[in-house]
Design a protein around this ligand. Structure first.
Ligand code: SF4
Ligand code: SF4
Length: 440
């Protein structure tokens, strides 16, 4: 059973963390493992993950280390990880590791190790003070200085890194300031995740979650700041995906692909779940110590999750943005308690964002208002035209994967010819795979 794009998220220390950030989406997982005061993955569990994952023959072997805080495992554990991966690798394999961290435990030894083994590091920060206020130590004090120290270490050791921001009520009105923060700190790879968490006590949203109006305003203003800066070397994950959609290329983010079957999450003790926003008892697929991953992909829990997540709400059929939006990320429906038929939380926000972004991109392509971006868009268009002609010149290789720590971002490149292999990695021809799915 080959699953061309199937990434694995590992939670080696589960929900455990050395910080107490107020908007953490993973803290509730503690309730699933009430007896585990200090959950830690054993090397036996990791061996079983490697064997099971490798047996699925994924097109790319992507292992994402997340938490909680995965560096709580200690450097020794990760040295064993590399030895186990090496033991399980077959000729021609390329194993990719990424690690999402708050950066507090990083030091020279860690960074030397991460650089030597080509880990892609995602560093979590929500902006300069006071925008980073929700990321706190357990005693309530701020973490900004420590995280910026970690960033300096990553740069000094030339570790590949990107920045992950959570958009919350604290920073959602300051997109321009966040973009300036990227430019001033020479941070060329970043992603922004909206905080949309259910309230732990009531049936509404948590007090740090953002409204659809705030989300739309944030994304549109951030995009405008990117346009104003006129420098496509600043990769922002959503913008890169909008560029893919604009040029009729398959987007990389699952929320724009209507594909919720591209990710499995493995907890510290080997329990396997689908997407990590849905680590819940009802979606437990099995345990790597007792079951094969192949069987787990046939389990009732997996099938139920995928069919619920990929089922489109009725109001989406006939929507002009359907091929870009696909009803949005299921997290903003299923996790918020909205039934499948209800209006997705970000429905209007997404419509407004697409309308604005694609309109501006169209203008930028036609007119030389921003010279660098104009040239960048024309180049992509030219590459597409060349690829569609017989005897085309090969297009340049894609930029290295640097955008995401959860499964591999790709940057915009030329549209494939109808008979070329589909860039989604399905091993089918483009014309019989994604070609019909992505017009905008
Ligand atoms: S629920 Fe959202 S984040 Fe999870 S796999 Fe589906 S689209 Fe991706
Ligand atoms: S914009 Fe709204 S109606 Fe259209 S596909 Fe997205 S969620 Fe559905």
């Amino acid at each position: 059973m080959q699953k061309p794009h199937l990434g694995i998220l590992l939670k080696p220390a589960s929900y455990d963390c050395n910080l107490a950030c107020e908007h953490c989406y993973y803290r509730d997982v503690r309730d699933l493992y009430p007896g585990a005061a200090r959950p830690r993955m054993s090397t036996e569990v990791f061996e079983a993950v490697c064997r099971g994952y490798r047996a699925l023959e994924p097109a790319n072997i992507n292992i994402g280390w997340q938490g909680g805080e995965p560096t709580l495992m200690g450097l020794d554990f990760f040295e064993k990880v590399i030895a186990i991966e090496t033991k399980n690798a077959r000729p021609g394999d390329c194993w990719g590791n990424s690690l999402q961290t708050n950066g507090l435990l990083l030091n020279d030894d860690w960074c030397r190790f991460l650089a030597r083994h080509h880990f892609l590091i995602g560093l979590s920060i929500d902006g300069p003070p006071p925008l980073n206020a929700l990321r706190r130590f357990p005693d309530g004090s701020g973490t900004y200085r420590e995280v910026m120290n970690a960033l300096s270490l990553l740069k000094r050791h030339k570790c590949e890194h990107n920045i992950l921001f959570v958009i919350s009520r604290i920073n959602c009105n300051r997109p321009e300031e966040l973009f300036r923060f990227l430019v001033e700190n020479d941070l060329h790879y970043s992603q922004f995740i909206p905080c949309t968490e259910p309230d732990a006590v009531g049936d509404g949203l948590s007090r740090h979650s953002i409204t659809p109006e705030q989300y739309a305003q944030f994304q549109m203003k951030l995009f405008d700041a990117w346009v104003e800066n006129d420098d496509p070397s600043f990769y922002l994950r959503h913008i890169d995906n909008w560029l893919h959609l604009f040029f009729g290329l398959p987007p990389e983010m699952c929320e724009y692909r209507s594909d919720c079957s591209n990710l499995m999450t493995v907890e510290w003790n080997g329990d396997v779940y689908p997407c990590d926003f849905f680590v819940r008892k009802r979606y437990l697929m099995g345990n790597v110590l007792t079951e094969s991953m192949e069987n787990m992909l046939r389990s009732r829990a997996w099938k139920e999750f995928v069919s619920r997540a990929e089922k489109l709400p009725a109001l989406c059929s006939g929507c002009r943005w359907l091929n870009a939006c696909h009803g949005g990320c299921y997290r903003q429906r299923g996790k918020l308690g909205l039934e499948d038929g209800d209006k997705p939380y970000f429905c209007e926000a997404n419509s407004r964002i697409f309308e604005h972004v694609f309109g501006v991109l169209d203008e930028l392509k036609k007119k030389n208002i921003k010279p660098t971006l104009h040239g960048f868009l024309k180049d992509i268009e030219k590459q597409q035209t060349r690829r569609m002609q017989p005897r085309s010149t090969p297009s340049p290789p894609p930029r290295p994967r640097r955008g995401a720590t959860d499964g591999g971002a790709r940057s915009v490149r030329a549209k494939p010819g109808r008979n070329d292999p589909c860039p989604c990695g399905s091993d089918r021809k483009f014309k019989t795979c994604c070609a019909g799915k992505i017009p905008v």
